[in-house]
Design a protein around this ligand. Structure first.
Ligand SMILES: [Zn+2]
Length: 182
C-alpha cells in the first residue's frame, strides 16, 4: 500500500452531528443525494450534498450550500432545458422573478386562468409562449442576463414534446446535467 494520509482518514471517520429539526434528537450528517422538492420542481436531484439524517424519527434535511447560487443555477438549468417547459417549471420561473400570476400574465398577454392552467399542467404551453417565458426569465431574473445569448442560440434545439428528464445538480461544482428518467 502507498503511504497513508492519517489526517484525512481521521477526518472521514469522525461523524458530524447536528440536531434534527423535526424532533430535536442528535442526527448524523452524511453525504448523499436529495430530491429537492422544496424548490417546487418535481424532478431535481441534488448530488453530493450534506444531509442531516435522523435515525430517531427518520427525518432527512439537506444542508443547502450557497442557496442563491444554487437557485440561480437551477433557474438556468430549467430555462436551458431542451424540452418544452412543464407546469412546475413555469411556476418556478415566475417565482424566481418574484411575480404574481397577474403580473406575469400581463407580461405574456394571457389571462391569469390560462397561466394557472399551464402551471397546473391542465393545458400545454405553446411553443412561442414557452420561448417568451424563457427570454423574460433570462432578462429579468436575478443574475441570469449573462446567459441570455448562450441560451437563446440553443433555442432551435428545444423539442416541443415534453420529456421526463431530471435535473441533477452537482452542488460542489455548481453544475447541472439532464438525466433521462427511466
Ligand atoms: Zn428526528
Amino acid at each position: 500500500m502507498a503511504q497513508k494520509h492519517p489526517k484525512a482518514q481521521r477526518r472521514s471517520k469522525a461523524v458530524r452531528k447536528m440536531e434534527c429539526a423535526n424532533c430535536g434528537a442528535e442526527a448524523r450528517v452524511v453525504r448523499g443525494s436529495y430530491d429537492f422538492t422544496e424548490s417546487g420542481l418535481k424532478h431535481v436531484r441534488l448530488q453530493g450534498i450534506e444531509l442531516i439524517v435522523c435515525d430517531k424519527c427518520g427525518n432527512v434535511d439537506p444542508i443547502l450550500p450557497r442557496v442563491n447560487d444554487l437557485m440561480r443555477m437551477l433557474a438556468v438549468a430549467v430555462i436551458a432545458k431542451p424540452y418544452r417547459l412543464g407546469g412546475d417549471e413555469i411556476r418556478f420561473l415566475r417565482k424566481y422573478l418574484r411575480m404574481t400570476g397577474d403580473e406575469f400574465g400581463r407580461l405574456l398577454h394571457i389571462n391569469r386562468t390560462n397561466l394557472s392552467k399551464w402551471e397546473n399542467d391542465e393545458d400545454k404551453v405553446g411553443a412561442q409562449s414557452d420561448r417568451l417565458i424563457r427570454v423574460i426569465a433570462l432578462s429579468l431574473g436575478e443574475g441570469l442576463k449573462g446567459k441570455l445569448e448562450e441560451v437563446i442560440r440553443k433555442f432551435p434545439e428545444i423539442q416541443d414534446e415534453p420529456a421526463a428528464v431530471r435535473i441533477d445538480m452537482d452542488t460542489e461544482k455548481m453544475s447541472y446535467r439532464y438525466v433521462e428518467a427511466a
